[in-house]
Design a protein around this ligand. Structure first.
Ligand code: 13P
Length: 399
């Protein structure tokens, strides 16, 4: 997290002035020591102007051989180089449909690049500028833990119920493969409702991982009440049914993994109440990774693309408080100068892993390609790919 950012906005209810995170040389980034160290020294001290010039030059030289995809949460000094900007669903779909461009540079996080590798053709290469750009939510579920939970569930309930596993796209490829192999499916925040409906056409219960909030918010949207939702605590030891009794699981339609996004978990009811007091005409829109209390107190809930459309479609002079990552909120504020757009969280915590895609890394990837070197290629192994693709393609078909 950027310390200066916190201090600048401390004690403010909203961030009226859109923040910009100016490019500072990589070596001066305070958390650089946690980032991918393999980047050659020559990239450490480049200035913003040098980086911009060099990226534009490299992009021109590489022409149609390269496409840069940028997730909405990417920092401003990176997203400006993206050829396609979108939410995680739109960017996966792009990878699934564009089988021409040999090199896809994914400015986003690791699970997004993995999904692109699974959906793209074998002759394409997916490159992630900084291999340390991960997702703490995706890290909350892994194959051994999910496998153990699945064994307990199927051992106990297989005769009575068909359980459909659903993994949020924010998960490792191994979990997508697990779903593909077990009649399950992937979802994103923009299609979770359609995916859960699909699952209930195929089975009696849904096992949803790793984000409990997306699972709960979507279940509520589909009319599933809290009494029919169980929470699976993956920290509990073997054979403890994730802290549930047999009856609790019997009663549940949806079993949620106890995972969460640390950025979206920061949004609270009191922030919403405060914003409504300050601006009685405010509209509140939040991402479904926020808690159900926050989602229920909001006027609209949706993916990053939904939030971007919501703001751009709102009439002039609208006041909109947003519950999602700050880079997107700042961009929307800048792009909509006739509206008051701000982040509900005054501490404006950015997604620290997305932030690790410093433009110097993008430059490194591009210049390596010019030198005929492929760096930071994301390769999912063939076995995992085969089943993960089944689960991702099911999602695309349902969406
Ligand atoms: P979207 O699917 O809305 O782009 O969200 C991705 C994400 O990682 C949110 O934390």
């Amino acid at each position: 997290m950027n310390q200066k950012l916190i201090l600048d906005f401390e004690n403010k209810i909203d961030c009226e002035v859109p923040m910009t995170m100016d490019t500072i040389p990589l070596s001066k980034e305070s958390s650089f020591s946690q980032w991918q160290q393999e980047i050659p020294k020559e990239y450490f001290n480049l200035t913003s102007e040098e980086i911009n010039y060099k990226i534009n030059t490299a992009k021109k030289k590489l022409g149609d051989n390269v496409i840069i995809l940028g997730h909405h949460y990417q920092r401003e000094d990176v997203i400006k180089f993206a050829d396609q900007i979108g939410d995680s669903y739109a960017l996966s779909l792009y990878a699934a449909r564009n089988h021409k461009t040999p090199f896809i540079i994914f400015c986003g996080v690791h699970f997004m690049a993995e999904a692109a590798d699974i959906l793209s053709s074998n002759s394409q290469h997916i490159l992630l500028p900084n291999l340390e750009a991960g997702c703490s939510l995706a890290d909350m579920a892994n194959k051994p833990d999910v496998g153990s939970a699945w064994n307990q569930l199927t051992k106990q309930f297989k005769e009575k119920y068909k359980i459909i596993p659903i993994t949020y796209i924010n998960s490792p490829a191994t979990l997508k493969a697990f779903c593909g192999e077990n009649d399950g499916i992937v979802c994103t925040s923009s299609n979770a409702d359609k995916v859960i409906k699909w699952a209930f056409e195929k089975g009696d219960k849904v096992f949803f991982f790793p984000d409990q909030h997306l699972g709960r918010n979507t279940s509520h949207k589909l009319g599933i009440k809290d009494e029919s939702i169980a929470l699976w605590d993956w920290r509990k030891k073997e054979n403890k049914l994730g802290g549930n009794t047999i009856t609790q699981i019997e009663k549940s339609k949806v079993i949620l993994w106890d995972g969460f996004c640390s950025v979206h978990q920061r949004f609270t009811i009191s922030q919403i109440n405060q914003a409504r007091i300050q601006y009685p005409k405010i509209q509140i829109v939040v991402h479904p990774e926020c808690s159900s209390e926050v989602a229920n107190a909001s006027d609209a809930v949706g993916s990053t693309a939904f939030i971007a459309d919501y703001v751009s479609n709102a009439p002039n002079n609208s006041i909109i408080g947003i519950g999602t990552e700050i880079n997107l909120v700042s961009r929307l504020a800048k792009e909509n100068p006739n509206k008051k757009v701000f982040c509900l969280d005054s501490v404006v915590c950015p997604c620290s892993t997305m932030y690790r895609v410093h433009p110097a890394y993008l430059l490194w990837i591009l210049e390596s390609l010019l030198d005929k070197k492929i760096v930071n290629k994301i390769s999912v192994d063939d076995d995992t790919k085969k089943f993960a693709k089944i689960a991702l393609e099911r999602m695309i078909e349902v969406s």
